[in-house]
Design a protein around this ligand. Sequence first.
Ligand SMILES: Nc1nc2c(ncn2[C@@H]2O[C@H](COP(=O)(O)OP(=O)(O)OP(=O)(O)O)[C@@H](O)[C@H]2O)c(=O)[nH]1
Ligand SMILES: [Mg+2]
Length: 258
Amino acid sequence: MHAHHHDHYGKGAAGLSVAGFTQERLVEIERNILSRNDMDADANRRRLAERGVLALNLMSSPGAGKTTLLVETVRALAGEIGVSVVEGDQETSNDAERIRACGVPAVQINTGRGCHLDAHMVGHALDELPLATGDVVFIENVGNLVCPAAFDLGEAGKVVILSVTEGDDKPLKYPDMFAAADLMLLNKTDLLAHVDFDPERAIELARRVNPDIAEIRLSARSGEGMAAWLDWVREEARRKGSEAGPPRPSLRPASAHA
Ligand SMILES: Nc1nc2c(ncn2[C@@H]2O[C@H](COP(=O)(O)OP(=O)(O)OP(=O)(O)O)[C@@H](O)[C@H]2O)c(=O)[nH]1
Ligand SMILES: [Mg+2]
């Protein structure tokens, strides 16, 4: 890479530089990939809407606490709402196993070198899950604050999790993620006393890139703030379920059970 050949490295029309590719060609490639993904995402969205199922796309940097939060969430909601999980990681099925240990169906997707889930992968995962009216499917994306922001999965809502150990400046450094999210969860509040993280500043910076972003502070460890998050999920699930018409039973049994 010869960054000095460019006036502003990565600042061309494509937003990145790849040796041997013109900016125009890169823009065209990106457009083709995204339009294919958007068609698959629309198919997922229709299918979920017909069945009255709420899908939430959870995104964060590695280790912000997505799986830990999901374990606590499915434990709290199981028995009350039908829940299932799609897990995205480059490698391993560790996270799906953590969910299945709670008695909740989970499908693991391994993206290999890929840095995000796409709508096609999620469509296949949905085939494996029971989808009944009023249910919630949580999708845990691959851990990073960049790639997952650009790919619509057909979900109803995007949730970004920012933990207090990551620094309160992240919304400005990764603006695409915070611009795309409907809800920001500030996680690991039990650690606030030990880190220089100003929750008010994090929220203010997130609102600069996305004035409409909702915010909940919580700790999956201590349970603080979990009630507000669970109520948010319940309300979104109720809304989706009521949009779908009369309740219908699941079309297919879960083949991804523990
Ligand atoms: N203190 C504290 N630790 C937490 C909390 N939530 C998660 N952790 C810890 O953070 C670490 C990472 O948690 P995970 O749930 O695996 O994070 P993740 O976002 O799923 O990580 P990836 O799937 O690798 O991207 C684990 O050691 C958790 O125990 C919290 O609320 N407080
Ligand atoms: Mg995880």
